[in-house]
Design a protein around this ligand. Sequence first.
Ligand code: G3H
Ligand code: 13P
Ligand code: ZN
Length: 340
Amino acid sequence: MPLVALRAMLDHAAENDYGIAALNVNNMEQIQAIMIAAQETDSPVIIQASRGARQYSNDAYLRHLMMAAVELNPTLPVVMHLDHGNVPETCFSAIEQNFTSVMMDGSLEADGKTPSSYEYNMKVTKQVVDAAHAKGVSVEGEIGALGGIEDGHGAGLSEEEAKEHLTDPEQAEQFVKDTGLDALAVAIGTSHGAYKFAKKPTGDVLRMELIEEIHRRLPDTHIVMHGSSSVPQELQDIINAYGGNLKQTYGVPVEEIQRGIKHGVRKINVDTDSRLAMTGAIRKIFAESPEQFDPRKYLGPARDAMVEVCKARMIAFGQAGNAGKIPTKTCAEMVDFYKS
Ligand code: G3H
Ligand code: 13P
Ligand code: ZN
């Protein structure tokens, strides 16, 4: 099966009340981990690469690794998505590199740090929607702005700033009308990276009721939750048990994501949990077998640890068992859908 468009996948998720994990990758082992987890759970796949990932691994490597994933897993529909495109040109270059879905994150200016105006966001998102839809490529936009885009350290919004930029449901409604996007990322109190909450989040900091209100106003729009790693205690403990130094932290409980899925959340972005799982496994090998120097001896267990995280999320979000049920559409097939 060739790479498929995000829109058709999310439409099926909406019709059947489930969510799909969108998992970030930078290298071969991470792509393999996601595909193994998807095979074992019969799940549709959304693999996403940030600007940083594209720079780190190079578009050509990413493109060919993704094609290998597709070739080796012909029964699984796979979306290749650009995460947090900062300007339209980043989205256009991703489309040229076979991405079947792009995020134009116009909630921040081109620097990826400064919150933008509504007019700017609307203009750049609409520009990407027009160009992408002409090629059948799906588009995610964002209204409101999240904190901690680079692991909460130095870039992105502070906690206070992030609070000021939670999504306004009325503005979200206008944004969808103005842009015609396929999926809408919203800011509800989550942030990127490991340091999201100082204690298990309650409704005053993780504002799930905003999702309910946005879904009430926009029942046909696919909602995207960013910063959705759960930062499991056991993964923090493994890292710290083997020489790591993570401060105690709390992520987004899986039950809260499941609540979101009941109210229109269809794409759930997870990166940090995979990073934690891989790092814990590598630290353990280094601590227990310091004589090892073959990268396969630690990257293999790191991949295995990421498989477990991915499988757990695929099952919890309800995408497991749906790979073969999705009426998959390539971008070429989506062109007419957008014309009509
Ligand atoms: O949105 C953030 C993702 O976790 C990607 O992070 O920019 O460090 O690749 P990155
Ligand atoms: P986490 O840092 O919570 O994994 O979020 C990832 C994300 O939102 C990528 O866009
Ligand atoms: Zn994000």
